[in-house]
Design a protein around this ligand. Structure first.
Ligand code: NIG
Ligand code: FE
Length: 432
């Protein structure tokens, strides 16, 4: 455990007395079918870290004999220990909130009606354009804390509330700064195609060209995003426009994701399959043909039940059918100020189990290792295996199924990002 001469000694840390250590170890690929239920649990487990990496995992007795003298030891007190959640779809950088629209929806207005009268995404765009980079970083840090205390250690982070070159770059710079200055890890996605800005309403082709000819080249040149996403939907971007934008992004070396079939069946899933995108997200209205196309193309579905719930809809995506078709399902929050104001993966686990009939184990796989693969990071995060990054959470429960069963409470007791404490709170020792 000590470093070679001349090299800094990396600090070791051990976590012992885990009632269940959910390692998620397994084949080095996204999990499908029955593998979604295999959490590779070590009962009475322990974990040894070296610096920011996992050194080894095993039964408490095996690990205890390996613990060096100067090692810090954390007693998990017979609690569940598992990888930090990986949230593969979020919109975490914006100014202002939309509690007014939330209230309007309680009295019957729909998301699309509110958007049609200038609210929705455009309301957040106005507020975000008026915010400075430092405003966005300050607000973003507040939400970063929310993610960490919910047990999430990596998020995919979309731009999309700027819709001018300067404002989209400002958001992507904010994401970069948040990645550098917080313990949450961000995977940046360019979403200049989140909406047609009001000033281009009657000139939509001009806006699409602006994205393709000016925004994307700048984003790629400054290496500000790993992925490009498009909101493909009636009243937003057509499948033709989405095809043009995503094809241009691919030529510049960006990975592809897509908001598909969220509010209507608009051909999004089929286009995602045609383009072989990494993910197709939402899919509330995707039909069996779309599901079959995703399977053939190996596209991962990212399901976002938080937005269905918060919009007061009952139209959840056909998650069971997707699993039965052999898709490597991912679950994410879609954290944003309009359709899904939650950073909480535990809340998403509850919705996935109660509304989409995933088992708790399937839901956990979908929000850890499968999410990591959907971001091209399956070898780095999403499971607790030797050499992977030491991103893990001690939850204040003894059985992992409690994470989806008890809802509306805070589960994480301690959260570690790259081996360092990122959140902790006091919990009662008096447990049932
Ligand atoms: O994923 N669908 C488009 N984008 C977000 C909503 C963003 C907003 O309402 O501000 C979503 O649901
Ligand atoms: Fe979204």
């Amino acid at each position: 455990m000590t470093g070679a001469p001349g090299k800094p000694i990396r600090k070791t840390l051990a976590v012992i007395n885990c009632s269940q250590l959910l390692t998620l170890a397994g084949a080095r690929r996204p999990r499908t079918g029955g593998d979604l239920r295999q959490l590779s649990i070590i009962e009475d487990g322990a974990l040894l870290l070296c610096g920011d990496r996992i050194e080894t995992v095993g039964r408490r007795r095996e690990i205890e004999s390996l613990i060096p003298e100067d090692c810090e030891v954390i007693d998990a007190g017979r609690r569940v220990v598992m990888p930090g959640f990986v949230d593969a779809h979020t919109h975490p950088v914006f100014a202002g909130i939309r509690a007014n629209e939330f209230e309007q929806r309680t009295t019957g207005a729909t998301y699309r009606e509110i958007a049609a009268r200038g609210g929705g995404i455009r309301a957040t765009v106005r507020a975000t354009r008026n915010a400075s980079l430092s405003d966005l970083v300050r607000i973003g840090k507040h939400y970063a804390e929310w993610f960490l205390r919910s047990g999430t250690t990596t998020i995919e982070a979309k731009s999309g509330y700027g819709l001018t070159i300067e404002d989209e770059l400002k958001i992507l710079h904010a994401i970069k700064q948040l990645n550098d200055e917080t313990q949450l890890r961000y995977v940046p996605t360019f979403l200049g195609a989140h909406d047609i800005p009001s000033e281009y309403k009657s000139r939509r082709a001009t806006y699409v060209n602006l994205i393709i000819n000016e925004m994307l080249p700048r984003v790629a040149e400054e290496r500000l995003a790993e992925y490009c996403d498009v909101f493909c939907e009636q009243d937003v971007f057509t499948t033709d426009e989405a095809w043009q934008i995503l094809s241009a992004a691919r030529c510049l070396g960006l990975g592809l994701r897509m908001h598909a079939d969220q509010l209507t069946l608009s051909g999004g899933a089929k286009l995602a399959a045609e383009l072989n995108t990494a993910t197709a997200d939402h899919l509330e209205h995707t039909d069996p043909t779309g599901i079959a196309a995703l399977k053939v193309a190996g596209v991962q579905p990212v399901l976002l039940p938080g937005s269905v719930y918060a919009l007061g809809s009952k139209h959840y995506p056909a998650a069971r059918e997707m699993i039965d078709a052999g898709l490597a399902v991912v679950l994410a929050t879609d954290f944003n100020p309009g359709s899904s104001p939650t950073p909480s993966i535990p809340m998403i686990l509850s919705l996935a189990c109660t509304q989409m009939k995933l088992t708790p184990a399937e839901a956990i796989t979908a929000s850890t290792i499968n999410a990591a693969y959907s971001l091209g990071r399956g070898d780095e995060i999403g499971s607790l295996e030797k050499g992977k990054r030491a991103d893990f959470v001690i939850h204040d429960c003894e059985d992992y199924r409690e994470l989806a069963y008890f809802f509306g409470i805070e589960h994480p007791w301690r959260v570690f990002s790259s081996g360092k404490s990122a959140f902790s709170r006091s919990v009662s020792e008096a447990r049932p």
